[in-house]
Design a protein around this ligand. Structure first.
Ligand code: E4P
Length: 214
């Protein structure tokens, strides 16, 4: 599974880049708002740090507006992926971007039928929001499993980008059901390193080494 970091914070992206396994970045209007900067400036800076897909979301809600805005965002860097909401206009704009060889990430997906529409229109990524589904008592990981099955039935190239990941167990389960990518906040990635037996074992090794060499 590929790892994307879900943030607009440059310091987090710089730290995450040092880990070596972070393949890309996703942002959304809420994450960009937290930075207090313009989307173009943030995306431009991110592109200098991570050499991989960087999702930037359109604000327009009509097809023509999305196309205009997305085409501008795409000019920032070849790695920019245009994030479109899963609405009728968003899916229609997705077709325009795929026809024009511009990568897309169709976001706010909450059902396998929605994912089917995005794949039919050539979306590069589909983003099912698993945490938000769990929040309303549904099963987010089950949606990833359904979409995997559906896409494999027809050989769609659209990558399943598990989004709204809230904790380490989501990461494990998404990889077990075959998500292509997981995007998650910095603190979730950081938590994947941690295990109390690793800390305990390392402390013991270091203590034994120091005893033997004193
Ligand atoms: C993904 O692209 C979204 O930015 C993100 O995963 C949403 O996560 P949230 O539900 O925690 O806001």
């Amino acid at each position: 599974m590929e790892f994307f970091i879900d943030t607009g914070m440059i310091d987090e992206i710089e730290n995450a880049a040092k880990w070596g396994f972070v393949d890309g970045v996703t942002t959304n209007p809420s994450l960009i708002a937290k930075t207090g900067r313009s989307q173009a400036d943030v995306i431009n800076d991110i592109c200098k740090i991570i050499d991989g897909p960087i999702s930037a979301e359109v604000i327009a809600t009509d097809r023509e507006g999305m196309i205009k805005e997305g085409a501008e965002l795409a000019k920032i860097h070849d790695n920019v992926v245009i994030k479109l909401p899963l609405t009728e206009d968003g899916i229609s704009a997705c077709k325009w971007f795929s026809d024009n060889n511009i990568k897309t990430n169709v976001t706010l997906c909450f059902s396998s039928n929605q994912a089917l529409l995005a794949a039919r229109n050539g979306a590069t990524y589909i983003s099912p929001f698993i945490g938000r589904l769990d929040d309303i008592g549904a099963d987010g990981v089950e949606l990833i499993r359904e979409i995997r099955h559906m896409y494999d039935n027809y050989g769609f190239d659209t990558k399943i980008l598990a989004a709204s990941i809230r904790h380490a167990d989501h990461v494990k389960k998404c990889s077990l059901v075959g998500a292509d990518v997981g995007t998650m906040p910095y603190k979730v990635i950081e938590s994947l390193f941690r295990h109390p037996l690793t800390d305990k074992g390392l402390a013991q090794f270091l203590a034994d080494h120091s005893k033997a060499n004193s």
